[in-house]
Design a protein around this ligand. Structure first.
Ligand code: ATP
Ligand code: MG
Length: 505
């Protein structure tokens, strides 16, 4: 066999779905022992290309060459046996099994002979401990997966992919739910793998990550290849420009309005769970964007879920428009014109088998009922189309099932859903997670517009630039407590980090 420069070549791959040419002759060549970033806007075709490699989709055309040999991959089992593994954008562990069973599912170690073979739990445990030790991860192999945080599940999926000892590992947005330390941990693992000759195909919308860890960068747009470059030739601006096909000089919209009177006042809000949020007091003004910073685990999500009636509180008061209110259920919250875009949208938010229109209007059906209590489909379509346009949802039309949209585009539909409820208080939990740079700007513009119209926004974000770029004030939480509220215009990353760590160990 002649020596090949590339470990993996995907040549001229095409893939069509009804009404969508997802891949139009895309070529990807990956050198051995490198981190190869795959970039492009939401819906560009990144996940589809990787699913063709992993045997989930069968390409309509093109070929795949692995270590110089043309291969045909018809099933993810084929991919794994040929040394290709993948961490999916949508995580789907088996919730009722424990950590080690999830890792070794379908390939449990066995002991005994012939008909007397039984699962060797001891070996499975030891293998798992060894795997976690190698990766410096701290997860108990016996924990039932349902009880793990999203970030631990993501770590688990990473460990699983590594356990196959693959030559190519695809990571589709592996850090979307990881904490800062866990991201560093992952980068260490990636470096280790790379030095062993493993190639990593890395998909992420986080620019800083890409430039830090990748050797090569391939950029796609609208199902087509734009090109492949060495990372050292690139800058964030160049990547953005090639991804979106236009200059994006501004990452945040200008904000001019000054917040008005106090709309909501929260006093001493405390969860019944001792480790959750406690004694949290703050005010939210009309037309204000209140950023909420903190590390994963700071109880930010829990706090706003309590404000939305999804969690009980042990003590504390909430005033809206100067009146004391009780919010025990989301129905109460809706009555007080509060809306919430949850963090785990893909799990809790979408109705996969309904189409985009239905997913858009579902929180507001009453707005679309005509006097005969039938849905005014015309109005629903107009509103949906408007949102598809405004948020640049990539889809043939409103009839597409939401499960067939790319990850980022699903999130845009859900944001549209809550915007349509015309809330006075809009609470957003990581609103741009998984969203590409171009669409981020659209979402920021919408948030800025809403604030200008006098709506109040509470925005949890783990992205510093976003907190600093959008917030009038930033309240920072640390280990369930409020560690400070700072002026958005004067805040610095260091100050936020310092407050975020204030009540830790
Ligand atoms: N099973 C499917 N049926 C129909 N259309 C699909 C299917 N899977 C993907 N598509 C479409 O193919 C296009 C590419 O989607 P893909 O998921 O590959 O995008 P992506 O680059 O991974 O985006 P993101 O950054 O949002 O994850 C999109 O227009 C999407 O709606
Ligand atoms: Mg994707």
């Amino acid at each position: 066999m002649t020596e090949t420069r590339y470990l993996l070549e995907m040549n001229q791959i095409t893939k069509e779905f009804p009404g969508v040419k997802a891949l139009d002759g895309v070529t990807l060549k990956v050198r051995p022992g490198t981190v190869h970033a795959l970039m492009g806007e939401n819906g560009a075709g990144k996940s589809t290309l990787m699913k063709c490699l992993f045997g989930i989709y069968k390409p309509d055309g093109g070929d795949i060459i692995l270590e110089g040999r043309q291969v045909s991959i018809n099933h993810s089992k084929d991919a794994l046996s040929m040394g290709v593994s993948m961490i999916h954008q949508e995580l789907h562990p088996v919730p009722f099994r424990n950590v080690m069973e999830n890792i070794w599912l379908g390939r449990f170690p066995v002991k005994g002979f012939g008909p007397f073979k039984i699962v060797d739990h001891k070996k499975m445990y030891e293998d798992t401990v060894k795997l976690f030790q190698d990766l410096d991860m701290d997860i108990d192999p016996y924990t039932i997966v349902r009880e793990l945080s999203v970030s631990k599940i993501q770590s688990l999926e990473i460990a699983k992919a590594v356990s196959f000892r693959s030559k190519v590992i695809v990571m589709d947005e592996p850090t979307s739910s990881l904490t800062g330390n866990e991201v560093e941990q992952l980068f260490k693992i990636i470096h280790q793998l790379r030095s062993r000759g493993v190639s990593i195909i890395y998909i992420s919308h986080k620019m800083e990550e890409i430039l830090r860890i990748s050797d090569d960068v391939t950029i796609m747009r609208d199902g087509r290849l734009i090109g492949t470059w060495e990372a050292k030739e690139l800058t964030t601006d160049l990547i953005i420009q090639r991804m979106v096909g236009r200059d994006l000089s501004q990452r945040f919209p200008e904000r001019h309005n000054t917040p008005g009177d106090v709309l909501m006042k929260v006093d001493g809000l405390t969860s019944p769970h001792p480790k959750s949020f406690r004694d949290v007091s703050f005010e939210l003004r009309k037309g204000e964007v209140l950023g909420v910073g903190g590390l994963v685990g700071a109880q930010r999500t829990e706090l706003i879920e309590a404000l939305f009636g999804l969690r009980t509180v042990a003590s504390g008061e909430i005033h809206i428009h100067g009146k004391k209110v009780k919010i025990k259920t989301p129905i109460d919250a809706k009555k007080h014109k509060i809306a919430l875009l949850t963090e785990e949208r893909r799990v809790t938010g979408i109705f996969p088998v309904l189409n985009i229109k239905e997913n858009t209007i579902i929180a507001n059906l009453d707005r679309y009922l005509n006097p005969l209590k039938l849905i005014n489909d015309h109005k629903a379509r107009i509103d949906t189309d408007q949102n598809i346009g405004k948020l640049r949802v990539k889809t043939p039309n409103y009839k597409t099932l939401i499960k067939n949209l790319s990850g980022g585009n699903q999130q845009k539909v859900l944001l549209a859903r809550w915007l349509l409820t015309e809330p006075e208080i809009l609470m957003l939990d990581e609103p741009t997670r998984g969203i590409d740079v171009g669409a981020k700007f659209e979402i920021y513009s919408i948030i800025a517009d809403l604030a200008k119209q006098g709506k109040s926004i509470i925005m949890i974000s783990s992205e510093m630039p976003e907190l600093l770029g959008m917030s009038d004030r930033i309240m920072v939480m640390s280990d369930g407590r409020l560690s400070g509220i700072i002026d958005g215009a004067k805040a610095t990353e260091e100050e936020i980090m310092r407050l975020a760590a204030k009540h830790l160990g």
